[in-house]
Design a protein around this ligand. Structure first.
Ligand SMILES: Cc1cc2nc3c(=O)[nH]c(=O)nc-3n(C[C@H](O)[C@H](O)[C@H](O)COP(=O)(O)OP(=O)(O)OC[C@H]3O[C@@H](n4cnc5c(N)ncnc54)[C@H](O)[C@@H]3O)c2cc1C
Ligand code: SF4
Length: 509
């Protein structure tokens, strides 16, 4: 790479930097990749990363930083990549983000930092996510030291419930401050949805395992196969088991269904169950592992969000010809553009404007067909949204498996047995918006359990904030009377409001 700031003493003009085309992420060939679970993006080389870093104009007021829920100093790490000091770039990212390899892969950058990147006003935005991924992979491959400075022991004990991104981030932040942290996890391993939801071809398992090992090396304790709310209650942890504070980060794992006829037939799954069987229980390797998955060739996937794309692409890799049924059109699909495009590249069929109304079973109680109503879109309403309208026309497709991918609600295991914990009508745990303190003294909550299904980075951002106040609480510097749990922090309110204002379509070259 010749054109770097280091090699070029003459100051390079911003317009020359911006004029360079974005370095697209190299991908594995679709025909080959549907035959295995290997990661689809290949990753940048150092030359590609430096070429992409060159496109950043080092804005004086960089919009990308507030666009990141954990506030990574994006221009600083990109400059270090441009200069070829990737180890320093890794240290810079690690100041604020403890899961950079995962975030570089799964964060919706197109809706966050890259959406507001100043270069994106006239050109394609800087590929911040690809650069973050490159730096994190370099750090891992070169086995750079990742253990942060840990403050002297405070003697305070903190219980974290749930080992997803929110719980792991809280554990990291609190351990750094010198507290003893114990993470209680219902499953036999940590990672949360990053392990049992997000497929391996988007987020390899070894990445999560390294992050879990980092926490273990820092001295965080993990207790697996422990369902809080069944074995111990929150009160037990706080009042009998010696924990000075509790952080609830149990996610949103209760699947939504449509409530249509035939949903209970054999072969009808929720996306959660389907993905968990495969990615957590290894059902694709049955009988080497004890959990099976019953899946034929004709798989119907209901919904067209990111989870639906994950199910479709997983089913394809297991040899099916999956079809996506969605009651709106492609334009209204809630999936990230990249996810939708990757699914299309992988020869997946979509039936837009098709609303499943019934599953039909055979004599053994197994699903054999799906009946759909054909929809049409209304004229745009005041918000500009076009509603799907029934046409009264139907079609029926033969299927042998169906998977619902319609999102999830918060699991009530803890809230049902903890009346002191205020929740709203959707079961979402209510917290004080600033401190994440719940209605129970010394009990905080964050992540999907207080937002409903959102994103990895949003869960992490909340856990990081909560950790500051948990620290204050256990050190006796927190006035919990002032922490009033109010409405849940809906991601739409927190994020869309900010980004709607900033929204613009980047111009293509
Ligand atoms: C299929 C799928 C794909 C996704 N893809 C993306 C993506 O590409 N990018 C993105 O940013 N986000 C994605 N998400 C969303 C993202 O994974 C979540 O927003 C994020 O994992 C929330 O983190 P969390 O820590 O709050 O909860 P979770 O990740 O759900 O972790 C909660 C943990 O708590 C444990 N737990 C639950 N109840 C108890 C209990 N009573 N006792 C003990 N432990 C308990 C659970 O077993 C789990 O391990 C996806 C979600 C799904 C379902
Ligand atoms: S907004 Fe874009 S161009 Fe500006 S500093 Fe951030 S990444 Fe670089």
């Amino acid at each position: 790479m010749s054109e770097t700031v280091k090699d070029e003493p003459v100051k390079i003009k911003a317009k020359d930097r911006m004029a360079k085309p974005r370095n697209e992420m190299p991908l594995n060939d679709p025909a080959k990749r549907v035959t295995n679970f290997e990661e689809v993006p290949i990753g940048y080389t150092l030359d590609q990363a430096q070429a992409e870093a060159f496109r950043c104009i080092q804005c004086k007021k960089p919009d990308c930083i507030p666009g990141c829920p954990v506030g990574i100093d994006i221009p600083a790490f990109i400059k270090l990549v441009e200069e070829g000091d990737v180890a320093a770039a890794a240290r810079k990212i690690r100041e604020t983000n403890f899961l950079p390899a995962a975030c570089g892969r799964v964060c919706p950058q197109d809706k966050q930092c890259e959406l507001v990147c100043i270069v994106g006003k006239k050109h394609e935005p800087v590929a911040i996510g690809n650069l973050e991924r490159f730096v994190a992979d370099y750090e891992r491959e070169h086995k750079l030291d990742r253990i942060p400075k840990i403050e002297p022991d405070t003697g305070k004990n903190i219980a974290v419930i749930g080992a997803g991104p929110a719980g792991l981030t809280a554990a990291y932040e609190l351990r750094k401050r010198g507290h003893n942290v114990t993470v209680f996890e219902a499953f036999h391993r940590g990672g949360g949805v990053m392990v049992y939801g997000i497929p391996r071809f988007r987020l390899p398992l070894e990445i999560i395992d390294e992050d879990l090992k980092l926490l273990e090396d820092m001295g965080v304790n993990f207790v697996y196969n422990m369902v809080i709310g069944k074995v111990f209650s929150i009160e037990d942890l706080r009042d009998k088991e010696g924990f000075d504070a509790v952080f609830i980060s149990t996610g949103a794992g209760l699947p939504k269904m449509l409530g249509i006829k035939g949903e209970n037939l054999n072969g009808v799954y929720s996306a959660n169950e389907y993905l968990t069987r495969i990615y957590l229980m290894h059902a694709n390797d049955f009988p080497n592992y004890p959990t099976p998955i019953v899946q034929g060739e004709k798989v119907a996937v209901i919904g067209a969000g990111n989870t639906a794309m994950d199910v479709l692409r997983t089913a394809k890799r297991l040899g099916a010809n999956p079809v996506c049924y969605y009651r709106r059109s492609r334009e209204e699909s809630p999936a990230r553009t990249e996810e939708l495009e990757h699914a299309e590249q992988e020869f997946i069929n979509f039936k837009w404007l098709s609303n499943p109304v019934e599953f039909i079973g055979d004599e053994t109680g197994a699903v054999k067909a799906v009946k759909c109503e054909i929809m049409e879109l209304s004229e745009p309403d005041e918000s500009g949204r076009r509603k799907p309208m029934p046409t009264g026309k139907f079609f029926t497709d033969e299927i042998d498996t169906a998977v619902f991918s319609l999102g999830c609600d918060v699991n009530p295991i803890i809230t049902d047995v903890t009346p002191e914990l205020t929740k709203n009508k959707w079961g979402i745990i209510m917290v004080d918006k600033k401190t994440y303190h719940t209605s129970m003294k010394g009990v905080f909550a964050g992540g999907d359990s207080v937002t409903g299904g959102a994103t990895v980075i949003l869960a992490m951002g909340q856990a990081k904030e909560a950790a500051k106040y948990i620290h204050d609480y256990v050190m006796g510097n927190f006035d919990y009377e002032l922490a009033i749990p109010t409405d849940p922090i809906a991601p739409g309110v927190v994020w869309e409001g900010r980004f709607e204002k900033a929204h613009r379509e980047p111009k293509k070259h």
